[in-house]
Write a protein that binds this ligand. Structure first.
Ligand code: GCB
Length: 665
């Protein structure tokens, strides 16, 4: 398990921050080998000495900033650098350089010396940089970030080289994604230089419980730096700045009498999201460090077929989101965060899933403060997902073995020879065997996603996610993956290990993954606390047939429940809808179809809602960008809001449902 903390950088009496956001120099390494930049050691000189650079905003994805297609679709090393001065007053302090996230693999140099590497987007990383910094002249930070997805990254992906010289130039390759969103890349969140005293608060873990009207605050504090004699003061401070409990131990259990619990806003509209602060004061001969950790007092429990928050049943009126917007891609954007929370409130939503990767800490803060519940998902999307080629082949294979095509074999045989029954039988058998073999090899192609390298990385990513978000009251469920191929036997030990590992890190929240397999073939569901299932009846199957949705969804969900007796959430359902297209009777892609589609799901959900279904989450909150493909018209259009956050007809329908349910429970 990770041996150090990753507290959010906050200023205090003892800590200062210096933001390195802004325009950086930028350049991609588009050399055929994609490695020129390392061969030529770009990191040993200012970036503008290696070739021509362009200004690039941080934070932002770089893809949609320029008019250059090759930058939009770039795969490989992208380079950034900028200069800065270190505040002279920080001379005796510990100085840390922190990245909120960068996608995907990142190497950072300060004054041409490597200071850290990080594997994976969406999560923060930092390093102490004192020994690399100058106080008497300008400093330079250089960043190389590589967005190549491989069979062992999260999300996994692959690179296919195109060898046919008649069709492709030498070295031509394409990146295949196993996920349905654009692979935005770059420095996506804040870059911060911050100072702490040499002896400092390194990590804080808070787990709360409730007993009648009292809150119980179990905490553990880890300190860092030279192990001097230190003393601690730990105080629970309420919103009025009143100290309501305190201790001098690094680990203890405090009682807050007559506590104000943290509630989702739908369960307590008058006082949602009540946050306390754990104020930690560390005194050593090296100075005093003060860190204020926000937290809420609440419990989450799965009991039978119910999901309880503070012992009361919770029903998730949810949306699935993406970090996605025009121009900045996945770059942190406060205006967008504020707008989306306002829209969620307008909609009556009380819950969202961070599909399909951890979202910015600044966004998660709003969930805590506004009383919106979060299903916190790792970037494990599409693990082991069968390739498009395999799916195509599977269908083709079936076709090749169909009765009609076998009749064809027979027919061809009859043309060529005297009808010979034995020979025909043999032919058919051989053909079936060949097709089966090919299908099998395609089916197992993505098994590397379940290998030891992937598993070790997945465990580490989950540790980083739990470390970052463990103190957030809004986070009520950990989701370790979305739609993995858990119909394969190889997925069982993999997911058993990942799910149990997360449980060992945090006993206070249910753990799950989001499943799109069936009740009779999934091998990992036995290891989850709550079942989250994605369904697209009436869209990807029986397209256009909304009249089948109720029957199919109800049958399906009742089977799951009968088998596992766990609470369930419909974690995705949705239909692509082009705003402004109208058809009556409804037709796919029209606004009417989306409305009718959602309403059919709602009717089915209502028959199970008071029983074992504890939530519903539409796919998706807003339209979002995907890779180019023939099934996506400028991205995925299943949003109930457009990409620029205007409502489609469906948003009004969902709004009246959510407000109605919230008011009647
Ligand atoms: C899913 C995936 C999501 C896709 C969605 C769709 O099941 O979880 O990432 O975007 O379907 O629209 O196909």
């Amino acid at each position: 398990v990770l041996d150090r903390g990753m507290l959010y950088p906050r200023s205090s009496e003892s800590r200062s921050l210096f933001n390195l956001d802004g325009m950086w120099n930028f350049r991609v390494d588009a050399s055929p080998s994609r490695n020129d930049s390392f061969d030529k050691k770009w990191y040993l000189q200012p970036l503008d000495k290696t070739g021509s650079v362009i200004p690039m905003p941080v934070p932002s994805s770089y893809n949609d900033i320029t008019q250059d297609k090759s930058i939009r679709d770039f795969v490989g090393w992208a380079w950034y650098d900028r200069q800065f001065y270190t505040p002279a007053t920080w001379n005796s302090q510990r100085i840390v350089l922190r990245f909120g996230s960068a996608h995907y693999y990142t190497i950072v140099w300060v004054n041409y010396q490597e200071v850290m590497r990080h594997d994976g987007g969406h999560l923060p990383f930092e390093a102490e940089v004192n020994s690399y910094l100058y106080f008497d002249r300008v400093n330079r930070v250089t960043v190389a970030v590589n967005n190549t997805l491989t069979s062992t990254t999260l999300p996994p992906g692959s690179i296919t080289y195109k060898a046919d010289p008649n069709m492709y130039p030498p070295g031509y390759f394409v990146q295949d994604l196993q996920m349905d969103f654009f692979n935005y890349a770059g420095i996506h969140r804040h870059v911060t230089l911050y100072s702490t005293p040499r002896v400092y608060v390194d990590d804080i873990t808070i787990v709360t419980d409730i007993f009648k009207e009292n809150g119980i605050v179990n905490y553990t504090i880890k300190t860092g730096g030279p192990s001097d004699q230190i003393s601690l003061k730990v105080e629970v401070v309420d919103k009025d700045e009143k100290v309501v409990a305190s201790s001098t131990k690094n680990q203890s259990s405090l009682i807050v009498h007559n506590a104000r619990y943290w509630w989702p806003y739908t369960m307590n509209p008058k006082m949602p999201g009540y946050m306390y602060t754990l104020r930690v004061t560390l005194v050593s001969v090296n100075g005093t460090d003060v860190y204020r950790q926000p937290f809420g007092i609440r419990t989450v429990r799965v009991l039978g077929s119910k999901l309880l928050i503070n012992q009361d049943p919770f029903y998730c009126l949810g949306v699935n989101k993406h970090e996605d917007f025009d121009i900045r891609g996945k770059g942190l954007d406060y205006a967008l965060i504020a707008k989306d929370f306002n829209l969620m409130k307008w909609l009556g939503a009380n819950c969202f899933r961070t599909s399909h990767y951890p979202y910015a800490e600044e966004l998660m803060d709003q969930a805590d403060q506004q009383g919106i519940v979060v299903i916190d998902e790792s970037p494990g999307v599409g693990i082991g997902k069968i390739s498009k080629a395999a799916t195509k082949y599977y269908k083709l294979g079936k076709l090749k073995c169909s009765k009609r095509s076998m009749e064809n074999v027979y027919f061809q045989e009859c043309q060529k020879h005297q009808p010979n029954k034995r020979r025909i039988k043999e032919q058919v058998k051989n053909r079936k065997k060949k097709v089966k073999k090919k299908m099998k090899s395609e089916f197992f192609k993505r098994d590397e996603n379940f290998g030891n390298v992937s598993l070790a990385h997945h465990l580490e990513v989950m540790e980083e996610l739990v470390r970052r978000d463990k103190n957030r009251p809004s986070v009520i469920i950990w989701s370790v993956a979305n739609e993995p191929a858990t119909n394969k036997p190889i997925a069982e030990p993999y997911f058993k290990t990942v799910l149990n590992h997360v449980r060992s890190l945090d006993l206070s929240r249910p753990v799950t993954f989001v499943c799109n397999q069936n009740f009779n073939n999934d091998v990992a569901i036995p290891y989850v606390d709550i079942i989250l299932v994605n369904r697209y009846y009436g869209w990807y199957s029986d397209t256009g047939h909304t009249e089948l949705i109720q029957r199919q969804l109800e049958y399906d969900f009742r089977q799951w429940h009968q088998k596992y007796a766990k609470p369930m959430i419909l974690s995705e359902y949705g239909a692509d809808t082009v705003p402004g297209i109208h058809r009556d009777p409804s037709f796919v892609f029209s606004e009417e179809y989306q409305v009718e589609f959602l309403q059919e799901y709602h009717q089915a959900l209502d028959t199970m809602r008071r029983d074992f279904v504890v939530g519903e989450m539409v796919w998706n909150f807003a339209d979002f960008m995907t890779a180019q493909g023939i099934t996506r018209v400028l991205g995925n259009r299943k949003g109930i809001f457009t990409r620029d956050r205007q409502p489609k007809m469906s948003a009004h329908v969902l709004r009246s449902r959510y407000l109605n349910i919230a008011n009647n429970t």
